[in-house]
Design a protein around this ligand. Structure first.
Ligand code: NAD
Ligand code: UDX
Length: 464
């Protein structure tokens, strides 16, 4: 079966970059990315590719090459669905904020809406692909909806979770460690659908790295991978606190431990806590699934990863208050970095949001600088917490355009995101501009202690 038309529902951090790369690598396939968010689609179509809604190194060049050739962004969801042979569902699956499973389970309402829309609109057979991260056995529910509300056409459902990380999305998509495809490999139709998707990835991914499994293994592998990754961060962060008490240095410990080939060196960077739209949501979802099967020990085991992460964020904020003579009331504090990691403009679950909220509760005045995050986003993130009024957030938090403004006349500066540019700042100038003693809190182990102390900073870094 040769795929000619792909539709992707959801033009977000996954749908946008993934489809851009598929379009670039498969020029014979027409790829249409649709979304109900009109301003997002307008931004994807902006003549100036620097204005596309997602910042990812290398992405704008790919969009420039493929857009208008075989890559299209549109709000016309129905017609894109109807024309497609293959439909990727790449909509958001946030943690539920209401009802059963509130605060834990994945909210699948957007997924279900997509399934109902596909069923209503389709007049020809479709391969429907779960690209969103979903609870294990969601494909069963999708199939049920598609088969029972549709127009009698045939559906094959595949699971094809996405493993890209933000900030390196293009590279991760171009050179994935593996591509995972789950399908009904016991039936001929299922095998045919799996092959159709394998053939697409095989345009640029070596066949031996394209893994095919049953649907449930594929769905569960995605949650498992994120849980393992987050667990490594929480493990090293747990050790960072012990390092601070004992004179050990967490970077040295991480290096020594990571040189064991069974452990490996990656993902052992101590930090102010992991953020991002995936880790917390996916682990909470895993915990919820385990609980729903009565597996209390399994659920409690994974929940510790989140508990440790919350502790790490709070510990960092508390450290600032304690170090500043137990009060930050009325004191100005500069926050360098708002994104949840470098090289992205995404701020979802960023540690900076929670640390700032904590400091605002202690009546600090906050000044924020991030090279890629806009002021509206900073305010939206704080407003979303509902801790204080929108007017108060605007009165007490200033967002500025340079790191020097963020540090000017502050009592303390805290590094929240590991942007490379923060390493190269004129730190003697920043020291000069700050109130004394000038406190510098490095939540990312980005800066060298010796040189900063030599300038005169009172320096604190996670894990030493
Ligand atoms: P996102 O919020 O950036 O994008 C989702 C988009 O879907 C939004 O633009 C929204 O308007 C659109 N949408 C929702 N319902 C729709 C509908 N019915 N019709 C059309 N459009 C609709 O989310 P994301 O970060 O791209 O994540 C999408 C999925 O991929 C999630 O399940 C997430 O867990 C998973 N995932 C994310 C990442 C990541 O790094 N962000 C990595 C791997 C997997
Ligand atoms: C993650 C997974 O890595 C990716 O495979 C999945 O598809 C989506 O979720 P992402 O959240 O985009 O990707 O970024 P990631 O690089 O995993 O970082 C997540 C958070 O952990 C960031 O806040 C990062 O700063 C933090 N982190 C990561 C650490 O604190 N230390 C580390 O060693 C690694």
């Amino acid at each position: 079966m040769k795929i000619k038309n792909i539709c992707c529902i959801g033009a977000g951090y996954v749908g946008g970059p993934t489809m851009a790369v598929i379009a670039q690598k498969c020029p014979e396939i027409k790829v249409t990315v649709v979304d109900i968010n009109e301003s997002r689609i307008a931004a994807w179509n902006d003549e100036d590719v620097d204005n596309i809604p997602i910042y990812e190194p290398g992405l704008s060049n790919i969009v420039k090459e493929a857009r208008g050739r075989n890559l299209f962004f549109s709000t016309e969801v129905d017609s894109a669905i109807d024309k497609a042979d293959m439909i990727f569902i790449s909509v958001n699956t946030p943690t539920k904020t209401y009802g059963m499973g509130k605060g834990m389970a994945a909210d699948l309402k957007f997924i279900e809406l997509c399934a109902r829309q596909i069923a209503r609109v389709s007049t020809s057979d479709k391969i429907v692909i779960e690209k969103s991260t979903l609870p294990v056995r969601t494909a069963e529910a999708l199939k049920n909806i598609l088969d029972n509300t549709g127009n009698g056409v045939n559906y094959q459902i595949l699971s094809n979770p996405e493993f890209l990380a933000e900030g390196t999305a293009v590279d991760d998509l171009m050179n994935p460690d593996r591509v995972l495809i789950g399908g009904d490999i016991d039936s001929d139709k299922g095998k045919e659908a799996v092959k159709a998707l394998v053939d697409i990835y095989a345009h640029w991914v070596p066949r031996e790295q394209i893994l095919t499994t049953n649907v449930w293994s594929s769905e569960l592998s995605k949650l498992t991978a994120n849980a393992f990754l987050a667990q490594r961060v929480s493990s090293i962060n747990a050790m960072s606190e012990l390092c601070e008490k004992t004179g050990a240095d967490v970077n040295e410990v991480a290096k020594a431990v990571g040189m064991d080939s069974r452990i490996g060196p990656k993902f052992l960077k101590a930090s102010v806590g992991f953020g991002g739209s995936c880790f917390q949501k996916d682990i909470l979802n895993l915990v919820y699934i385990a609980k729903s099967f009565g597996l209390e020990e399994v659920a409690n085991y994974w929940e510790q990863v989140i508990i440790m992460n919350d502790h790490q964020k709070k510990r960092f904020a508390t450290k600032i208050v304690k170090t500043l003579f137990n009060t930050v009331s009325g004191k100005k504090i500069g926050i360098l970095g708002w994104a949840f990691k470098k090289d992205t403009n995404d701020t979802r679950e960023s540690a900076a949001i929670y640390v700032t909220d904590y400091l605002l509760n202690e009546q600090a005045e906050i000044v924020v600088y991030d090279p890629k995050v806009k002021a509206e986003q900073v305010y939206a993130d704080l407003d979303y917490l509902n801790t204080r009024t929108e007017a108060e957030n605007r009165a007490r938090v200033k967002v500025v355009n340079t790191p020097y403004e963020a540090a000017y006349q502050t009592h303390a500066v805290a590094i929240m995101t590991e942007w490379d540019e923060f390493k190269e700042l004129d730190w003697p100038q920043i020291y000069e501009d700050m109130l004394k003693p000038a406190f510098l809190f490095d939540g990312r182990r980005l800066l060298e202690r010796k040189t900063k102390e030599k300038i005169g900073f009172e320096f604190y870094a996670i894990g030493s």
